[in-house]
Write a protein that binds this ligand. Structure first.
Ligand code: CIR
Length: 271
């Protein structure tokens, strides 16, 4: 059974980092409801959901994806590109060390988990304002012994790599060609579904594979792109993320997915 680690919404989420959006007031009660619905979707698709506490002093802590990269063999605690988010990693390391050996991105490296797309033994990593070359190099050093290949992808116009591309089925990505080149993915023999150009933020879906079924958790406000997915037989479960989207959040960023639990320091979860 996959494990989905999530994190509480901070009451101060309104003070979140913003890069490409103008600040709008966020209804944290509504955001909390939306977050709970998202967790119910994860649970309904067969994940064990573990929610860790947020911190009032960490407005962006719900976006737990940015704090770690979890592979089957290890987890890499990131050093987020936004200094305001660096302390978020501590609470995440505390829970993850129960499941994986940990490595840590170190100064001068920066890396946001939202820039890291893992597809089997390929790790695509966005070159963004949040993730620098030193961070990418450290990611490479930690993962090479486990036979991963790190493939840098230039990103222009959005926050993270996964704002522009996510995996929606085995060997298939949903992609916004206005923000990233397609070549790294075509060269690696991925099929590509392009988002509807009127829905630029539509490339972020969360693929969950559990109970031998693949489903994509997907925001409900991109109907045209959703139709493209449905047309090729991808099973989509929609959620309302409108309040979280005001903080530049999306569906991948609200969880860390562990494909399986692995024994570490005496803790074993049975699948
Ligand atoms: C930030 O700017 O860091 C947050 N307001 C949004 C982070 C979204 N994370 C993600 O897409 N992985």
């Amino acid at each position: 059974m996959p494990i989905a680690i999530t994190r509480d919404i901070s009451p101060n989420m309104g003070d979140c980092e913003l890069t490409h959006l103008n600040r709008e007031s966020i209804d944290t009660d509504e955001a909390t409801l939306q977050h709970m619905t998202y967790e119910m979707a994860l649970d309904g698709l067969g994940c064990e959901v573990i929610r860790i506490p947020g911190e009032p002093t960490h407005p962006d802590s719900v976006f737990i994806e940015d704090t770690a990269v979890v592979l089957d063999e290890l987890a890499i605690i990131t050093r987020p590109g936004a200094p305001s988010r660096r302390e978020e990693t501590k609470g995440v390391a505390t829970i993850l060390k129960n499941y994986r050996e940990l490595s840590q991105i170190k100064d001068p490296g920066t890396l946001d988990g939202g820039d890291v797309l893992v597809c089997d033994k390929m790790i695509f990593v966005g070159q963004t304002a949040r993730t620098n070359e030193a961070g990418i190099q450290q990611l490479q050093e930690y993962t090479a012994p486990h036979n991963y290949r790190v493939i840098p992808v230039p990103v222009d116009g959005c926050l993270h790599l996964k704002s522009a591309v996510t995996l929606v089925a085995d060997g298939m990505v949903l992609l916004n060609p206005a923000w990233i080149p397609m070549e790294p993915f075509t060269n690696a023999h991925f099929s590509i579904i392009e988002i509807d150009p009127t829905e630029p933020y539509a490339a972020n879906g969360l693929l969950i594979e559990a109970r031998d079924i693949a489903n994509v958790i997907y925001p409900e406000n991109f109907p045209k792109t959703q139709q493209r997915l449905a047309k090729i037989g991808i099973s989509v479960l929609t959620v309302d993320m409108s309040e979280l989207q005001k903080a530049e959040g999306a569906v991948t960023c609200c969880s860390l997915i562990l494909k399986s639990a692995i024994k570490n320091e005496g803790i074993t979860r049975v699948e």
